[in-house]
Ligand binder design. Structure first.
Ligand SMILES: Cc1cc2nc3c(=O)[nH]c(=O)nc-3n(C[C@H](O)[C@H](O)[C@H](O)COP(=O)(O)OP(=O)(O)OC[C@H]3O[C@@H](n4cnc5c(N)ncnc54)[C@H](O)[C@@H]3O)c2cc1C
Length: 312
């Protein structure tokens, strides 16, 4: 049944509004209960109007991109989910200074990696295997193989929780490993700056990173990428230093550990995959057990990288 607090939302926006929409359809985990309303904004005005609508009625709201870093609870999200897709995904390649591009939040990261590399610009090409949107990538400060969004972002244009459109400089953001410190906002657009490099060299790097991904991660399975952040410092293991969360989890003997349909991937231990019918509860139980075992084995508390949304 449609929640009465969101029933007037279609009159406020041009884009599509879906009521009681299962969020499993919008996450790479393929897990998650319904949102009271899911909005696919048609333009940035729709984003502002949705945020204002939510604020006036006291309804919780959140933003998603491709849903590639999300674990949505089995009972879903009791509010409005703004899904930033193609309509908020325009790209403006270079201006007077051709190294500076503007990119809409809904633009896919792998496409940006390829497009910039083809034009001879380095900075995000190593993010070729990060399957999210630019908005999600900036929000998470996504990174791979030594590149992170924080190193290329110059400005972020966003909608604040009170519905104001603001442009923030990168120096105003609280960047850290896999976080931008942006809080409860909707990113609309980012300005990014790249460095010149030979397209041939960039293409070769892209191919080698893709080969690594295909061999070293469960690339085609339902998952959210890395579940845990890497530890701040290396930890002494039985056969040398352990630098990543995956190495710690594997050394704690957790590869293949399963609860219901959720399994610690035997290919890469920092990936907990949905083998078909996993619930959010299954994944959370695996997360709890992995954390406990890593504390017991190495006295290290693993921090979550995946974002938990909604109710269990
Ligand atoms: C197979 C696989 C491999 C991965 N590899 C990597 C990797 O190498 N490195 C890495 O860093 N990540 C990796 N990830 C995780 C994920 O792809 C990144 O975190 C990505 O940047 C998330 O983008 P998204 O659009 O999917 O965001 P979502 O998952 O939809 O959202 C993630 C967070 O960002 C917020 N958000 C999303 N869009 C906006 C917006 N427009 N405005 C405000 N907030 C927003 C959401 O509220 C949420 O808190 C991987 C995931 C998978 C499935």
């Amino acid at each position: 049944m449609t929640d009465r607090s969101v029933i007037d939302l279609p009159a406020a926006v041009e884009g599509r509004v879906l009521f009681q929409e299962p969020l499993a359809r919008y996450t790479t985990y393929r897990i998650g209960g319904p949102a009271a309303a899911l909005v696919e904004p048609h333009n940035s005005t729709d984003v502002v109007r949705t945020v204002e609508f939510a604020r006036e009625r006291g309804v919780p709201w959140t933003v998603i991109g491709l849903g590639s870093n999300l674990l949505v609870g089995d009972r879903g999200f009791p509010g409005i989910v703004l899904r930033m897709g193609k309509a908020i995904g325009e790209i403006w390649e270079g201006g007077l200074d051709r190294s500076v591009w503007r990119v809409g939040a809904g633009f896919p990261i792998p496409l940006l990696a390829r497009r910039t590399a083809e034009c001879g610009w380095a900075g995000v090409h190593r993010l070729i295997g990060v399957p999210g949107t630019v908005g999600g990538g900036v929000y998470m400060n996504a990174g791979a193989h030594g590149q992170e969004f924080k190193d290329v972002v110059r400005e972020v244009t966003l909608v604040t929780a009170d519905g104001t459109v603001e442009t923030r400089r990168t120096s105003d953001l609280a960047w850290r490993y896999r976080a931008s410190g942006l809080g409860n906002v909707a990113v609309l657009e980012v300005t990014v700056e790249f460095a010149p490099e030979q397209p041939k060299r960039l293409h070769a790097e892209i191919e080698s990173h893709l080969t690594w991904r295909k061999a070293g991660t469960p690339f085609t399975e339902a998952c959210c990428g890395s579940v845990f952040r890497n530890p701040a410092a290396p930890v002494a293991g039985p056969h040398g230093e352990l630098r990543t969360a995956g190495q710690l989890i594997a050394a704690a003997g957790m590869k293949g550990f399963r609860v219901g349909g959720a399994v610690v991937s035997p290919v890469h231990a920092n990936y907990i995959v949905n083998t078909g019918a996993a619930t959010a509860r299954d994944v959370l139980d695996v997360i709890d057990t992995v954390r406990k075992r890593v504390v017991e084995a190495f006295d290290v508390e693993l921090e979550l990288e995946v974002r938990i949304v909604g109710e269990e």
